[in-house]
Design a protein around this ligand. Structure first.
Ligand code: GDP
Length: 332
């Protein structure tokens, strides 16, 4: 039975990956900073995962977690992923995202160099270059988050040259009902659910014209696993190849809300949304779209969930939890 250690197991991607690997018969270990039972979406797997405690900034704790789990495959999904927070805490973002990988790779090289490593790289590394991005596209990050991920991405390539199997998945935005509530998709679907429950507060957003290539996280974790089963370690771009604007996302959410609520009246975007200038970003990335041809050809990877299906899944899930928590104040 293969053993996998997942850093960031309590996040969106970590939880989907844990479910996927358990389904494939893996022994799954998860690195956590605190009691995992409090993470709602880990509940179904919490008794099938071995948890080890550690922090990406603490090399000693990572070394102990590594020794305990002794993994065949290490998935590094832990990180500080929110762009605005990376401007508030740039040094911490660098330390967790780039320093964390440096600590892990040193441990792998010293203790068990045949461990295969997956590094979570990101489309935010590309910045504002034109057109669909592939593995050869220039990296011009626009935020401390993007810089930290680019540093980690380069470090992974350097360890690859030293003989460690490190594959980097350059994942474009991937969402789900488990997405962090600060990210724009989930912020919108949660607000839509509150609207359906009678809350008529305006939804405050920043730039509605920014475009992202949004896919479903559950599809993307399969690509992570496939990268580590490959003959050689490489970089792979993962995305749907189609970008939509934040405004498109809003419209699609309202279409879903109308459909799900049995034709009940829904607001127009103009009536519902208010632009908050504080939410506009310096260093905005205007359009991100993936060219995932290499992953299609070499990993036989394809996304299964399209944009309307993704939006439907998220709106539905947030409606269910809004009904459950009716009356609970929400300031997010
Ligand atoms: P990112 O692509 O990793 O930065 O993912 P986000 O979901 O945080 O942001 C996606 C896009 O939505 C960015 O271009 C943001 O500027 C834009 N956006 C517009 N309004 C908001 C908002 O209120 N919150 C967030 N998080 N993003 C917003």
């Amino acid at each position: 039975m293969k053993k996998a250690l997942i850093t960031g197991i309590s996040g969106q991607d970590g939880s989907y990956l844990a479910e996927y690997l358990l389904g494939l018969g893996y022994e799954v270990w998860g690195l956590v900073r605190r009691e995992p039972a409090t993470v709602r979406w880990l509940e179904p797997v919490v008794h099938r995962v071995e948890f080890v405690y550690g922090d990406m900034r603490d090399a000693e704790s990572l070394a102990v977690a590594f020794q305990k789990s002794w993994p065949d495959e290490l998935y590094n999904l832990a990180g500080q992923v929110f762009v605005p927070t990376s401007w508030e805490c740039p040094a911490e973002t660098m330390d967790i995202n780039a320093g964390g990988l440096a600590r892990l790779l040193q441990i792998v090289e010293r203790q068990k160099p045949d461990t295969r490593v997956y590094q979570a790289s990101t489309s935010e590394m590309f910045g504002n270059t034109d057109g669909a991005r592939n593995e050869q596209s220039q990296l011009r990050p626009m935020s401390p988050y993007g810089v930290s991920k680019m540093a980690a991405h380069r470090l992974a390539a350097n360890y690859r040259n030293r003989g460690i199997f490190v594959a980097s998945g350059i994942l474009f935005n991937h969402e789900s009902p488990r997405r962090g509530p600060e990210m724009v998709t989930r912020k919108i679907t949660r607000a839509a659910a509150r609207w359906a429950m009678g809350d008529r507060k305006k939804l405050r957003l920043g730039n509605l014209h920014a475009r992202r290539d949004w896919g479903f996280a559950g599809d993307y974790v399969k690509a992570m696993h496939a990268m580590l089963q490959n003959g050689s370690a490489k970089d792979y771009v993962i995305g749907t190849g189609i970008s939509h604007s934040v405004e498109d996302f809003l419209h699609q959410v309202l279409v879903e809300l109308h459909r799900i609520s049995d034709g009940a009246e829904v607001p127009s975007v103009e009536d519902w949304v208010e632009i908050d200038p504080h939410l506009l970003r310096t260093g905005e990335i205007h359009d991100l779209r993936a060219d995932a041809s290499l992953a299609h050809n070499e990993l036989a990877w394809q996304p299964n969930v399209d944009f309307p299906q993704l939006v439907r899944m998220m709106v539905k899930a947030d409606l269910v939890s809004a009904r459950e928590t009716r009356g609970t104040p929400d300031n997010c």
